[in-house]
Ligand binder design. Structure first.
Ligand code: CUA
Length: 205
């Protein structure tokens, strides 16, 4: 078998190079330089570490990419029966909420949210007009708001404080008007668990 390989490899070329290649092939198989081998091993180990880190993050820390749970016609967001007709918070169980949020030029509905600390919140996000983004500072929530798609992501708010959320996809601007992408933001207030209002609240200014 190896002699055949040597023969075919030598066929297209002639001279010393072909003969050397043939010898390498028969003596040691594929020849890998020492440092090339070391870097190959490092790259392999790093790849395994990264895969491990992603798996750990997904399973242990709940960090995940947003999912596309459903499709929705942007023109029907306000229709009867649409969960986006009344954007805001729904309480599923004590400490468990879901938020239906609409991103539109140039605000979020709702743009003020309030939860007691420890709340587990699932966000359902869609856009009414153009592509927007939702990034909640200090959390793992970072997703795009796409017209026609409902994106979802879960976050747990353990630390009391205020967390701004911003649109991070450039969504336009009107010259001379006090409106535009850079004004599109909202705020989440996480209240200390003790003495906090029993239920979460959402408002739109
Ligand atoms: Cu919405 Cu930028």
């Amino acid at each position: 078998m190896s002699e055949q390989t040597q023969g075919t490899e030598q066929a297209p070329t002639s001279g010393e190079h072909a003969a050397e290649n043939g010898e390498h092939a028969t003596e040691a198989g594929l020849h890998i330089e020492k440092w090339e081998g070391i870097w190959l091993r490092i790259a392999l180990v790093m790849t395994l570490v990264f895969i491990g880190a992603i798996t750990l993050a997904a399973l242990s820390f709940g960090i995940s990419v947003p999912g596309a749970t459903a499709r929705i016609n942007p023109a029907t967001l306000n229709d009867e029966g649409s969960p986006f007709a009344t954007p805001g918070i729904r309480e599923l169980a004590p400490g468990k909420y879901e938020v239906y949020m609409v991103a539109q030029t140039w605000n979020f509905l709702p743009d003020r949210l309030e939860f007691p600390a420890g709340s587990e919140v699932t966000f359902y996000l869609t856009a009414r007009d153009v592509v927007h983004g939702l990034k909640i500072a200090g959390t793992n929530v970072n997703m795009m708001a796409l017209p026609g798609q409902v994106s979802t992501l879960k976050a747990t708010f353990d630390t009391p404080g205020t967390f701004n959320y911003i649109c991070h996809e450039y969504c336009g601007y009107v010259a001379g008007a006090p409106i535009g992408h850079h004004t599109m933001y909202g705020q989440i207030t996480v209240l200390p668990a003790e003495g906090a209002a029993e239920t979460a609240q959402a408002t739109t200014e």
